[in-house]
Design a protein around this ligand. Structure first.
Ligand code: ADP
Ligand code: MG
Length: 215
């Protein structure tokens, strides 16, 4: 368990995310086959496999370098909406990151918010549009609420992950208003949004990493 987000924590997070996305790739692709083009699982798996290879080859030396490296890889290796949106998330996290090699829980909350603001700036999705924003928004709320209430990083990160999982499940009855799924209109109802599901996986992996539960 740690109360500081160090480069080591971030590296554990991203490696664990890559493992989880590998395990969940088929499920993510199945979700995307219902309301998209059946590539979300393969997109995410390909992107995170490339990120891990890059971390091995060129270990980042600062928080900002770390986030920038992840973001650049996502933009260049992942096609589709999710590549540029998750890429923007990490590139804007790089911009918001404090100098150095570690940050507090409050810093983490601010940095993640800055990243999500970047995703909204690029994709213009609002909560309820049936996108990854429906996982990120309740997660950010839960994270800052938990920290304001005096929770430590691990507890706050777990609350954020649970809120993201719930937010993702809650996309099922929604009509998609952004991205490829929006072409289906009412026919998108009854399916969980794939991007919200991958966001929940990433935030659960972060909670595992700070709790010391990641491999
Ligand atoms: P593509 O739709 O190009 O095939 P992916 O299948 O990898 O890309 O990713 C689809 C996911 O991207 C969706 O499930 C949704 O969560 C997310 N997404 C699409 N458009 C937007 C948007 N404008 N804002 C936020 N998220 C979006
Ligand atoms: Mg797709």
């Amino acid at each position: 368990m740690t109360d500081t987000v160090t480069l080591d924590v971030l590296e554990t997070w991203i490696r664990h995310s890559a493992g989880r996305l590998g395990v969940e790739a088929d499920r993510l692709t199945e979700l995307d086959s219902a309301i998209g083009d059946a590539d979300h699982g393969t997109n995410m798996k390909r992107g995170f496999t490339a990120i891990v290879a890059k971390l091995d080859a060129a270990p980042p030396q600062t928080l900002a370098e770390f986030f920038r490296s992840v973001g650049m890889t996502l933009v260049s290796k992942v096609g589709g909406a999710s590549g540029s949106l998750y890429g923007t998330l990490f590139l804007d996290m790089a911009r918001g990151a404090p100098n150095g090699t570690s940050m507090s829980a409050d810093d983490w909350s601010r940095v993640l918010s800055a990243g999500v603001a970047g995703v909204v700036g690029r994709g213009h999705a609002q909560p309820g549009d049936k996108t990854m924003i429906d996982a990120f928004t309740p997660a950010l709320d839960a994270l800052s609420r938990a920290l304001d209430d005096g929770a430590g990083l691990a507890e706050a990160a777990a609350a954020a992950a649970t809120a993201a999982e719930r937010g993702s499940a809650d996309t099922e009855p929604l009509v998609a208003r952004k991205g490829r799924a929006s072409y289906l209109g009412e026919r998108s109802v009854g399916h969980v949004d794939p991007g919200s599901a991958s966001t929940a996986i990433l935030l659960r992996a972060f909670a595992d990493a700070v709790a010391g539960d990641a491999p």
